[in-house]
Write a new protein. Structure first.
Lengths: 219, 176
């Protein structure tokens, strides 16, 4: 681990701030994930009777990752989209009728780390025009139906978090920030080993994807 | 810009936060719940995105307000999760939604752009084992609260109220 900078606290949440070399990042994220999942996901459930239906609440802890990358926003987003496959709902529709061919199409649509870019990208930067400002910021949806299935088959509620949300925005000409919730901490709330395993795998896939998109050199 | 990146290293900052997860359940059948939700809310449609690209800001604001309707929320995206289970020989009734209000989102992202990770909101609807319907989502104020900014917290509390009111209304068995 290439630890460079000390801890900084930030209200109201507990904050830990660390600097890693890109090579060390994946290994560190995976190790930290295992510890956090064990220690932090402590659901507390209460139930409120309501005239209309029933409202149940529980709490769990997640880790919000904020990653500063030394790369231009346009270069990073171009690489990010280049590395990812594309989710095409038609591939799924085909799979439902012709499973073999549909699965082949879905598998061929996988990109770096088996991940795909979904429709619905939110251009947060463009919306700044409504208040007379200009920023570069995109929220992307990244995942893989075949990976999601490995979780939703055990608990359909996991569908709330798949595909994953990733926010990318420009800091300055030479740096870009990426924000996301560490997948294993979202899926860890279900306390199902099979889902936990997929969540931890997604942690590694995501950090590898971001590192590659930040460091990919033109051919 | 509020910060300047420097150096060639990747810097990772991790914040740990407690999130409140909410489930709203009723005996209303899934198909009815889905129809009610999707007919009640407007859509963030491509026409709005086109107007934005053309910089027709006043028209964009009008369209966004119309899309948000009386609930103050619009559907941005619909994902058919349940159909994916057909790949395993099964199928279940499960749909996830991105629901939000762009005008609220901008009010939060202008305070802290990182809040855009949580806007629009994620909501999942599925048919439960008893044949009723359940919505699940994470309470907006517990997601947005991590930024510690009053301008974001105020809107997040409005979203808490609007979303719960909407989903309870959709699942109200007394409504025909």
């Amino acid at each position: 681990m290439n630890f460079v900078q000390p801890i900084v606290s930030r209200s109201p949440s507990a904050v830990s701030r660390m600097v890693f070399s890109s090579k060390a990042w994946t290994a560190v994220a995976l190790a930290a994930t295992a510890a956090i999942c064990q220690a932090q996901s402590q659901p507390v459930t209460s139930q409120e009777s309501a005239m209309i239906g029933t409202v149940t609440t529980s709490t769990f802890q997640v880790t919000h990752e904020s990653v500063l990358l030394p790369v231009n926003f346009d270069v990073f987003t171009r690489n990010f989209k280049y590395l990812l496959g594309r989710y095409d709902p038609d591939d799924f529709a085909l799979a439902a009728v012709h499973p073999k061919h549909g699965m082949q199409r879905l598998q061929a649509s996988q990109g770096e780390q088996g991940l795909m870019l979904f429709q619905g990208t939110n251009n947060h930067g463009a919306l700044f025009a409504t208040i007379g400002q200009s920023r570069k910021a995109m929220r992307y949806y990244v995942g893989n139906p075949l990976i999601a299935l490995q979780m939703t088959r055990h608990n359909i509620s996991a569908a709330l978090y798949a595909p994953l949300s990733i926010l990318v925005y420009q800091v300055d000409e030479n740096s870009t920030r990426v924000e996301y919730i560490r997948p294993s901490t979202l899926f860890g709330q279900f306390k199902i080993p099979e889902i936990d395993k997929v969540g931890k795998t997604l942690d590694g896939k995501l950090s590898t994807l971001l590192t590659k998109a930040a460091t990919l050199k033109p051919e | 810009m509020s910060e300047t990146g420097n150096g060639s290293e990747i810097r990772v900052e991790s914040r740990h936060l407690t999130v409140e997860h909410i489930s709203v359940h009723s005996v209303i059948p899934y198909a009815i719940a889905r129809r009610r939700l999707e007919s009640r809310l407007g859509r963030l449609h491509d026409g709005i995105r086109k107007l934005l690209a053309e910089n027709q800001i006043d028209q964009v604001r009008r369209e966004l307000q119309d899309a948000a309707g009386s609930d103050g929320l619009a559907i941005h995206y619909i994902g058919l999760h349940g159909d994916w289970l057909a790949l395993e020989g099964g199928r279940s009734n499960c749909t996830n939604y991105l629901i939000g209000n762009v005008l609220y989102a901008v009010q939060m992202t202008k305070v802290d752009l990182a809040s855009g990770l949580y806007a629009p909101l994620r909501v999942v609807l599925y048919e439960d084992a008893e044949g009723g319907s359940t919505f699940e989502y994470d309470r907006p104020s517990t997601l947005f609260g991590q930024f510690g900014k009053a301008g974001i917290d105020d809107i997040a509390r409005v979203l808490d109220e609007k979303l719960l009111t909407l989903l309870r209304g959709v699942l109200d068995p007394s409504v025909q």
